[in-house]
Design a protein around this ligand. Sequence first.
Ligand code: ZN
Length: 118
Amino acid sequence: MICSHTSCSREEKVWLPIDSNHKSEAALHPWCIHCGLVKNISDDNPKKIGYWINVLSSLSHRYSFTQCQKRLIYKELQSFDEFIDTYGTTGSSQIELFEKIVRKHCNINRNNIGTFIC
Ligand SMILES: [Zn+2]
């Protein structure tokens, strides 16, 4: 089951690097008092599952996916918490995962997938 996440109070926030690209820049991060997950506060914002389903739909028109390919990718996207629960996820980790899932089912160049993601 997915945690609904409740951020800790201001006093409980912890100092952590903002993201993996800015290891020297630390900031106070809230974390979830239920599961302990640290919230992503970088500019690298994650997108909701609806966004990724739109990208998948555009890709499938452009590259004529079969219904079966589409269904498999859709199912796999939904199996990852990163697309459903974006509290601690970054946009770039979603992109990486999305490309990996699509490429597992369709032979599309990574750069070509990238052009559908903005
Ligand atoms: Zn939580």
